[in-house]
Design a binder for this molecule. Structure first.
Ligand code: FAD
Length: 391
């Protein structure tokens, strides 16, 4: 059974089909029962709860987007609500899905040949193998379109990869990592499916994170890593194709930002109804109500934007500037919302037991990954002025 969230103030769930709503109900029930109670401990220990992978696959979360595996016909809008539901309970689990599904499988879907899609997508969608997406490098983050230093050299039927990657999510346990590298021949960025057991490939966990602690981010070193031509993404011929993967995943991060905001807002609202100060629940104090209402305003405005972005994607009309505006706007509103939620919980807002602290800390990574607020702002700036401020 499916209950709309009270934070869906203007009834956006009405836009989904009954089958889609039913699937969201199943996902939410599992998240509430099996993820919410345990995730704080994993966050504290900076471990990823590997036991979530199978249920995520069984529920269809890793299959919905791909024609090879979708269990029923579904929309981008529905998959946005899936990202919202995941992040509403935990942004690390939603990030795991974003990497496995949006980035790794998405690279296969956008850049793979028919044969590559048929070979790899079902394995990733079933969770049989885990994937990662290696674009960012120690010396190249925001400027990855031009600044990539990892190289790919063609030698007969093989490619030889050399370089370093940084921040790569899921990469301490992935079976394959999509590595983006510059072809020494034509200077274009190309994508390679690199099995992580290949000699010369190594991944080391980045320690000491204060955000998304369960997500296993890694530094990767590639030293004369040899892959056959059959593992080069056959339809990814320049950074334009990498950007096509990111266009869709950025919009999904905007959905996750709404989910994170919803999770923090709901936790703060519950807390405010129970916590009594000056002889009455703090929810009855005007300044607390203002925080809650402003949060609901942020959520509702951001939802309007991401709903429309998903509809544009379904219609084949989503531009880089649309997903960039949604990501920049929704993550900025999320940052305000989680701060108000933390404030409303007082001291309890900084301990994991009340969930708000986790949302507060995790918001920082969502704000910066898949294009920082500044870079997404400049992508929109380029679209509206015709002037690129970042080349
Ligand atoms: P920089 O590019 O060094 O930017 C630093 C600051 O300068 C930012 O505020 C930025 O906005 C600003 N800045 C840069 N250029 C300009 C400009 N022209 N004008 C104005 N301001 C500017 N990458 C992957 O490839 N795969 C992953 O799975 C992955 N997962 C991640 C998970 C986490 C938790 C994090 C934190 C990052 C992840 N990333 C991943 C990398 C992420 O995409 C980058 O961190 C992000 O793109 C920013 O790059 P950077 O950190 O190098 O910052």
């Amino acid at each position: 059974s499916f209950e709309p969230l009270a934070s869906d103030f203007y009834g956006y769930y009405d836009l989904l089909t009954d089958r889609e709503r039913e699937a969201l109900g199943e996902l939410r029930a599992w998240l509430e029962a099996d993820v919410k109670p345990i995730i704080g401990g994993y966050w504290e220990r900076a471990e990823f709860p590997m036991q979530v992978v199978k249920p995520l696959a069984d529920l269809g979360v890793l299959s919905y987007a791909w024609e090879e595996t979708a269990p029923f016909e579904n929309s981008t809008l529905f998959r946005g609500f899936v990202a919202l539901e995941l992040a509403r309970v935990d942004a690390s689990v939603s990030t795991f899905v974003g990497v496995q599904n949006g980035l790794a499988t998405g690279s296969l879907a956008v850049g793979g040949s028919k044969e590559q899609r048929e070979e790899w997508i079902p394995k990733l969608a079933s969770g049989e193998i885990l994937g990662a997406f290696g674009l960012t490098e120690p010396l190249s983050g925001s400027d990855s379109a031009k600044g990539l230093r990892t190289t790919a050299r063609r030698e007969g039927d093989e490619w030889v990869l050399n370089g370093q990657k940084r921040w790569i999510g899921n990469a301490t346990f992935s079976d394959i990592t999509i590595i983006w590298a510059k072809d020494e021949g034509d200077g274009q960025v190309k994508g390679f499916i690199v099995p992580t057991s290949t000699p010369g490939y190594s991944a080391t966990k980045i320690e000491g994170k204060i955000s998304l602690r369960p997500v296993q981010n890694a530094d990767i070193t590639l030293t004369d890593v040899r892959v056959p031509e059959s593992l080069r993404l056959q339809n990814a011929n320049s950074f334009r194709d990498t950007a096509a993967v990111l266009r869709a995943t950025r919009a999904e991060v905007a959905w996750a930002a709404v989910g994170t905001s919803v999770g923090a807002y709901e936790a703060a609202l519950d807390y405010a109804k129970q916590r009594v100060q000056f002889g009455k629940p703090i929810a009855s104090h005007q300044l607390i109500q203002e925080h809650l209402v402003n949060s609901l305003g942020n959520i509702t405005a951001s939802l309007g934007m991401v709903v429309r972005a998903s509809q544009l994607q379904d219609a084949g009309r989503l531009g880089d500037e649309h997903s960039a505006l949604a990501k920049a706007y929704a993550t900025a509103r999320m940052r305000e919302t989680v701060a108000w939620a933390r404030e409303a919980c007082g001291g309890n807002g900084i301990v994991l037991d009340h969930h708000v602290a986790r949302f507060f800390a995790d918001a920082e990574a969502l704000y910066s990954y898949e294009g920082t607020r500044e870079m997404n702002t400049l992508i929109v700036g380029r679209a509206i002025t015709g002037e690129a401020a970042f080349v």
